[in-house]
Design a binder for this molecule. Structure first.
Ligand code: BMA
Length: 812
């Protein structure tokens, strides 16, 4: 059987060429290195640089990117390896331009961080004392030199980035610092292969319903000419096992269709179980010796991208024959330094998505084709993946060398990922056609890079993964404007980036929104860690350095002043600006969910790569912002929602998946006195999938008193509060409120909170603590339990800070 030995130990790093006069070390300094890792993380661990995320340290570290670096390691071949036979070095990920030497002989060159490199080393490997060296050439200088050679292209942000096949965000983005890293960002293995191997495994669902499914399997047996072999395929889940045997020889391709009765289907989160089968293939010789095997998890489901509904344009995903409303987030890389993204980090972030009832994640084209763990988790959690190819916001070069390089990248990644049940669609790039159109005022067929997404990639996808939809770009459609509302998908950036207020979302009836968002600061605790205390001020230069969008800080203030009172302190700013982000996302999401036109809303963005004010829902310390809690409520599968329609306010009820039986309370309060005006309680029943108008209110009645607020609360059969919503036609900043007095009872792992008068958007802050609920509307008579994270034994009520909107809107 194949053997793999991970070259984990004894890595060292050394400066190779000094191309900057700021370099604080010399060539002879040998630094302990860790693989996977990058130069910055090794310099940091060895105390040579300070934390690149702290303050404006980013600006002091440009020299790192300008230098060339040497990674090297000494190793012995493992004793059970026969070093003369089928030995390879496998580099899972090299970032990016490197020359590889084994025992002083050049054995390979790399120029694409999205590829794995497999090099034959039979000739050069020794039993003992091997020296493996990787000379990394500065990615920045490489890209610059290529740009000089081939000419500058119209590209926003750092233009040379398009000349290197490397994560584009590492050159800096409107939410991320510029650290064009270098290093071995994935593991390196010494591999001894058998004469026979299984390649090109593909698993596709042909048809699927609860009674029957047909799946097509393909694989290849490769290696030294051998006959009389047999391959066994086992497809199993729990007690259900399907076995197929095939007589095979090397260089043979197997293709078969397997029919399955009563299949356990894979379904997205919120639509049932995301069942996964084990799909194992093994090859044995005539004596029964196992020569090769392959195993992966697969899902049985159909995913269709529907573009027409009768003769009308639409854009929606149909899963196992059922159209879905896509609820999700855009995903950017998990850190500015990729090797720090652990499995646990993926788990925490993707579970946040699942817990907020999301069913889709878009892997954005300015980052990376994610690691296996990411897709494994999406498979398990029922998160569909919209997968971009790694091209973003720009024109791209098309000279022969780079096209050959891209061809390899697409081939490798489509093969690597195509068997994941979660991947719903491949998409050519992020925003290239759209940006070309409005910046160059010409048709995107003139755009450099056009052939990559319109010819090269679709050709490869058609050959390697024909059952999966390919979409040319995000956004894309069939109108002159690739970002139109009337066909295809859309990025809604008038709101926020073009300075338009979120209430204007009512004019947007896009068929499918793949990006929209609204900035909010990271959590207080996160900024306290990375911004020196004297700089923790709203307009401070260092604090503003941690907002990467041009005029980002200005937009935060403009939209804040449109809806909420302006804060006086840094703490108030964090609370109010986070609250405004929550309001903005709620307003947009509710509009698209109930407008009867839009079939998906994917929020920009779930995560951050460093501590920053950005569109993220979860900050870089993995703490959800207030907006996350708003989104969680809006995406809930059972909910009530108020929607203004002319002179009416309708209250809708929705139960997406199952039937629902419970009770609804509709109350109204005067914010000035806190007094209750109406209180209607009624039992409700909803059929599975039902959306209905429950009640209509006359807006004029509500506006009679400008301080009236409507509140709906849904309770389940057991009387547990499961959803709360509200409506006011007023801007919050114009309301006057009575101050609320909250009572907090701290228990061991939770606290119980109550109030004397309606308290709006209650938020607690305590160092190091993550509370299970934020932004609550709390009514008198209620006792709400809020959990806090493990590891905190006892909270001291004196250190607990309480925020709510009443405090800022109270009449002096
Ligand atoms: C879109 C994205 C990103 C960007 C985001 C916020 O344009 O595709 O490029 O970070 O908006 O501006």
């Amino acid at each position: 059987m194949k053997k793999e030995y991970c070259l984990k130990n004894n890595w060292k790093l050394r400066l190779l060429n000094n191309n900057s006069n700021e370099v604080p070390l010399t060539h002879d300094v040998e630094i302990d290195a860790i693989v996977p890792g990058v130069v910055h993380t090794d310099l940091l661990r060895n105390g040579i640089i300070e934390d690149p995320f702290y303050s404006d340290n980013e600006l002091k570290l440009r020299w790192v990117d300008e230098c060339d670096w040497l990674y090297y390691c000494k190793f012995d071949a493992p004793e059970d390896f026969d070093i003369k036979k089928n030995i390879k070095l496998l580099f899972k990920g090299v970032d990016t331009i490197a020359s590889i030497k084994l025992n002083k002989v050049v054995i390979g060159q790399t120029d694409n961080m999205f590829l794995a490199y497999e090099l034959n080393v039979n000739e050069h490997l020794r039993e003992k004392n091997n020296l493996l060296e990787l000379e990394f050439y500065s990615a920045k200088r490489y890209a610059r030199a290529e740009e000089k050679k081939y000419g500058r292209l119209p590209v926003p942000l750092d233009a040379e980035r398009v000349y290197i096949r490397k994560a584009q965000y590492s050159f800096g983005w409107d939410w991320g610092p510029s650290f064009p890293t270098m290093g071995l960002w994935k593991n390196v293995y010494l591999v001894q292969e058998e004469d026979v191997k299984i390649t090109d495994v593909a698993f596709n669902t042909v048809t699927a319903n609860d009674d029957k499914a047909a799946v097509k399997i393909n694989f290849c047996i490769e290696g030294k000419s051998r006959k009389g072999l047999s391959a066994k395929v086992v497809l199993s889940i729990g007690e259900n096992i399907i076995i197929r045997n095939y007589d095979v020889s090397t260089s043979q391709k197997i293709e078969d269709t397997i029919e399955i009765n009563n299949p356990l289907l894979w379904r997205p989160n919120g639509m049932g179980e995301s069942n996964l089968y084990d799909f194992n293939i093994s090859v044995v010789d005539s004596k029964g010796n196992e020569l090769a095997d392959s195993s992966q998890k697969v899902g049985i489901r159909t995913i269709d991208l529907q573009l027409k509904d009768g003769d009308k344009e639409t854009f929606r995903f149909v899963i196992n024959g059922k159209p879905i409303f896509a609820k999700g987030v855009n995903w950017i890389p998990g850190d500015a330094f990729l090797p720090r993204v652990t499995k646990e980090k993926y788990e925490r972030l993707l579970n946040y998505a699942k817990d907020a009832s999301m069913n889709i994640v878009r892997v954005w084209g300015g980052g990376i084709y994610e690691n296996e763990e990411f897709y494994d988790l999406c498979d398990e959690l029922g998160l569909l993946v919209w997968q971009d190819f790694m091209f973003a916001c720009g024109s791209y070069p098309e000279h022969d060398e780079i096209i050959t390089n891209i061809e390899k990248e697409v081939n490798y990644n489509v093969r690597r990922l195509r068997n994941h049940a979660s991947i719903a669609l491949w998409c050519g790039n992020n925003e290239n056609e759209w940006i070309w159109g409005f910046s160059q005022k010409s048709n995107y067929s003139e755009m450099p890079g056009y052939a990559i997404y319109h010819k090269l990639i679709p050709g490869i996808v058609k050959e390697l993964d024909p059952a999966r939809a390919y979409w040319l770009s995000s956004p894309f459609g069939f109108d002159d404007d690739p970002n139109s509302q009337t066909s295809g998908n859309r990025h809604q950036w008038e709101i926020w980036s073009h300075w338009v207020d979120y209430n204007e979302v009512i004019n947007d009836n896009s068929l499918f929104v793949t990006e929209f968002g609204f900035q909010g600061p990271a959590n207080l605790e996160t900024f306290k860690k990375y911004i020196p205390s004297q700089n923790q001020k709203i307009h401070d230069k260092i604090f503003e350095h941690h907002n990467k969008q041009v005029e980002g800080p200005e937009r935060v203030i403009k939209f804040l002043s449109a809806h909420l009172p302006l804060p006086k302190t840094f703490e108030d700013f964090i609370y109010l600006a986070q609250l405004n982000q929550g309001f903005a996302l709620k307003t947009c999401l509710e509009h698209w969910r109930y407008n009867n036109k839009t079939n998906g809303s994917i929020i920009w963005q779930i995560n951050d790569t460093w501590p920053v004010t950005s569109w993220a829902l979860i900050d870089s310390e993995l703490k959800p912002k207030l907006a996350y809690h708003f989104v969680k409520s809006v995406f809930q599968s059972v909910q009530a929602c108020f929607k203004q329609d002319g002179s009416n306010v309708n209250l809708f009820l929705l139960s997406e998946l199952n039937s629902f039986e419970g009770r609804i309370a509709v109350q109204s309060f005067d914010t000035r006195s806190g007094l209750e005006i109406i209180n209607n309680q009624e039992n409700v029943k909803l059929a599975a999938g039902e959306l209905k108008t429950f009640r209509a209110f006359d807006l004029a009645d509500i506006l009679k008193e400008e301080s009236t607020i409507l509140i709906s609360t849904l309770y389940n059969k057991e009387g547990r509060r499961i959803h709360r919503n509200y409506f006011t036609p007023m801007k919050w900043k114009h309301l006057k409120m009575i101050d609320a007095k909250l009572d907090i009872n701290i228990c061991e792992k939770h606290l119980v909170i109550s109030t004397d008068t309606p308290a709006y958007f209650v938020d607690l802050y305590y160092p190091e603590v993550v509370f299970s609920e934020r932004g609550l509307i709390l009514l008198p008579g209620e006792e709400i339990s809020i959990e806090f994270n493990e590891g905190i034994t006892q909270l001291k009520s004196d250190d607990l800070q309480i925020y709510h909107l009443n405090k800022y809107l109270k009449e002096e």
